[in-house]
Ligand binder design. Structure first.
Ligand SMILES: [Zn+2]
Ligand SMILES: [Zn+2]
Length: 421
């Protein structure tokens, strides 16, 4: 329990010295006493009520830990997914059928009845609701710069090589943007596969970490992540949209009759909207359990492509994104390109290497959430450590890595100018 306090900074359970990083509530690095503590000053409010946020934190922490224990050393593919997948899929099918029924009834009221007639009064709101709740397929981010193969043949070649190594199809679109991140997604009804590399991130990574990044992202095309599958889209969106649509609009009525009417409407709409939102949260939370399982699998595919060492190094980078951002921005302002970004970030990494074990531990507290798409970075690393070690299937040499950067010189320069602003 968290009500025991450390005496003189020692762990009351095992007597070792308690530690802290980033001014977080101390914990024991040896037996993890107090690691589950809810750290109010360092947590983003989830619901805004302290007691509820605390509860949600502990529940999120326990669920994350339990899933970790369940998956450690076991197959990570979708066969090991369990109840969360079944619930997500069934809920999606039911929600989709519900929206289809709304649309079908609306159309029937219009087509199968004399026009104009009273049935139109019901048909219009039903159709409007069905349109508001229609499945969304996502689209390519307009800020992503799409690359062509002749612009970046070396990068395309590497991506295809890594795709083969992890057994995933190659992306249909490769793009870059100026984020400190990278992502893989499927967009549109035809589910075109998009791989987007944030150049500040890509530029600051070492060659083998780049392979690990590609392995993880391409792994998302084959890891059965429900966030990226067509079938399970409704579980993530429909109830949330319904709650939004039913939320009472701020009152603009002037007359007494209108005000009474609006108040009556609100009495019905408000609780219904909140109920739908609560159901939305529960469903998303369940569906995200399977997303977290899929993230562990993407990490394993990353290790297969780049080797376990590079995959775990990349996870450590995730813990240091802030220091990466500082280094990259500083060098970009000084007019330097990716070679200097990487060198500056490497210096920061070496200088702070001693803090890493504790930052990994702390991530298990701070990144555990009911609504997190990823498991905590520290647990992802432990998961890889607990599995069969992989040698790299794809080796990216310094020379080839530099050639990729040369191909992208124009894009890097645009990003550099944006960063320097
Ligand atoms: Zn202890
Ligand atoms: Zn991922």
């Amino acid at each position: 329990m968290i009500d025991t306090t450390a005496v003189d900074g020692t762990c009351p359970r095992c007597g070792k010295a308690a530690v802290s990083q980033l001014e977080a509530t101390p914990w024991c690095p040896s037996c993890e006493w107090n690691l589950e503590a809810y750290d109010e000053k360092r947590s983003r409010p989830l619901f805004g009520w302290r007691w509820l946020d605390r509860r949600a934190h502990h529940l999120g922490y326990r669920m994350t830990r339990r899933q970790f224990d369940r998956l450690l050393g076991r197959p990570l593919d979708a066969t090991g997914a369990g109840a969360a997948t079944v619930i997500t899929t069934v809920a999606s099918v039911v929600l989709f059928l519900g929206v289809a029924t709304l649309a079908g009834t609306g159309i029937w009221l219009v087509v199968g009845h004399p026009f104009p007639g009273p049935s139109i009064l019901l048909a219009v709101p039903l159709l409007a609701l069905a349109i508001g709740l229609r499945p969304r397929f996502g689209r390519l981010d307009p800020y992503a710069e799409v690359l062509s193969r002749d612009r970046a043949p070396e990068l395309f070649g590497l991506v295809e090589e890594v795709a083969r190594a992890v057994g995933s199809p190659a992306p249909d679109v490769i793009a870059v943007d100026d984020d400190l991140n990278a992502y893989a997604q499927a967009v549109g009804v035809r589910r075109r596969r998009v791989l987007c590399l944030g150049l500040p991130y890509w530029g600051a990574l070492g060659p083998q970490e780049r392979v690990a990044l590609l392995g993880h992202e391409l792994g998302h095309f084959v890891n059965g992540d429900p966030r990226r599958m067509l079938l399970t889209q409704p579980a993530f969106t429909t109830l949330g949209s319904a709650a939004d649509l039913l939320r009472p609009a701020p009152s603009t009525e002037r007359g007494l009759v209108e005000m009474v009417g609006a108040a009556l409407g609100r009495v019905l709409q408000w609780p219904l909207s909140r109920l739908l939102f609560a159901l939305h949260l529960v469903l998303v939370c369940v569906a995200l359990r399977d997303s977290q399982r899929a993230e562990y699998l993407a990490d394993e595919l990353s290790a297969k492509a780049a080797g376990t060492t590079a995959a775990t190094d990349l996870l450590d980078v995730t813990l240091r994104v802030e220091s990466m951002e500082l280094a990259v921005r500083r060098e970009a302002r000084a007019g330097h390109g990716p070679a200097r970004w990487r060198a500056a970030f490497d210096e920061a990494r070496v200088a702070n290497a001693g803090r890493l074990p504790q930052l990994r531990q702390l991530s298990a507290r701070e990144e555990a959430s009911l609504f997190s798409t990823h498991p905590p970075t520290g647990l992802r690393r432990l998961m890889l450590d607990g599995r069969e070690r992989h040698e790299p299937a794809v080796v990216l040499t310094e020379g080839r890595s530099a050639r990729i950067d040369e191909e992208l010189a124009k894009e890097y320069e645009t990003v550099r100018r944006n960063l320097a602003w």
